[in-house]
Design a protein around this ligand. Structure first.
Ligand code: 9Z3
Length: 283
């Protein structure tokens, strides 16, 4: 990993939450994970996710009062700047300064500035970084109990090549081999042992609608967490199903000028409030 180590990133989360009171905090994971195919990595397996869901959700979480730890794939989309993929082309030079009068750009820069102290960016690249970082950050968040929302929107690889199966050098075309193993699911351990009192939301992505809700239910019963947001690859921006132990709720975007994450976050905030209220009563 370039730059900071995982341990250093986890430490930065620790100091970020040091003076934390009763605020709500959301750990958002976002973007895809990279799986190396060689020890000296030239090639890797990746996926389509640009981190739109995570970056958009983080904006709405900040808007409804959460502090956000944004654990994202390096170079994937970030809250507020995500709206401007070609910033370079929006600027003019005036009096030796690069400027823009674009109202949307100004609005988003102002929002980002206002939220600056309520969001911490923590980048990852590989699947292994992702797994260790998630565990490390959740361990740091554990003492915040019900105040924590874990929102797992990252597109995590289901396959990887075990370290012992990885060739050291660039794979030769005449010796191509991809001995893939299934990634062990660590969510159950996270839910049971690391953040047992947090509100945990996982995402389920499918391309076959007939198995979507069934798969979401399987994940719920397997991991024992509170909610699965189920979505289809091609309709994920207009339709999601929120699946809990009792029921499923469909959220459909009716107003195309809005974003579905606003409704997802609105719904999840209420559920998280219920968890906090119930925990208060139980004490
Ligand atoms: C999702 O389902 C996200 O909504 C998307 C967002 C990755 C589809 P974009 O970045 O896409 O906005 O383009 N995330 C979870 C996907 C995932 O890997 N889920 C695992 C699974 O389905 C469980 S953790 O088995």
């Amino acid at each position: 990993m370039h730059g900071k180590s995982i341990g250093e990133h986890v430490k930065s989360v620790e100091s970020f939450i040091k003076d934390f009171g009763n605020e709500r905090i959301a750990l958002v994971t976002s973007g895809g994970t990279q799986v190396p195919l060689e020890k000296n990595t030239v090639r890797f397996i990746d996926n389509f996710s640009m981190g739109t869901r995570g970056a958009t959700s983080a904006e709405y979480l900040l808007a409804v009062g959460y502090t956000v730890i944004f654990m994202h794939r390096e170079s994937s989309l970030l809250p507020f700047s995500r709206h401007f993929p070609s910033l370079f082309n929006m600027l003019q030079v005036e009096d030796g300064k690069a400027v823009s009068s674009d109202a949307k750009l100004i609005d988003n820069i102002q929002k980002a500035t206002q939220c600056r102290n309520r969001i911490l960016f923590v980048p990852f690249v590989t699947l292994s970084d992702y797994i260790h970082m998630l565990e490390g950050i959740c361990t740091v968040l554990k003492p915040l109990h019900e105040g924590v929302l874990v929102y797992l929107a990252a597109a995590v690889s289901d396959f990887y090549i075990k370290h012992d199966d990885l060739p050291t050098h660039k794979m030769k075309t005449e010796e191509v081999s991809l001995p893939l193993s299934v990634v062990p699911k660590n969510l159950q351990r996270l839910v049971e042992n690391i953040v047992p009192r947090a509100f945990v939301v996982s995402f389920k992505l499918e391309t076959d609608e007939s198995i979507l809700v069934e798969k979401a239910r399987k994940a719920l019963s397997r991991y024992g967490h509170q909610l699965v947001v189920a979505n289809m690859l091609h309709t994920r921006k207009e339709h999601v199903v929120l699946v809990d132990n009792e029921k499923e709720i469909h959220i459909r975007l009716s107003d195309k000028t809005k974003e579905i994450e606003e409704d997802i976050i609105g719904n999840i905030k209420e559920r998280h409030s219920d968890l906090i209220a119930n925990a208060g009563q139980a004490q």
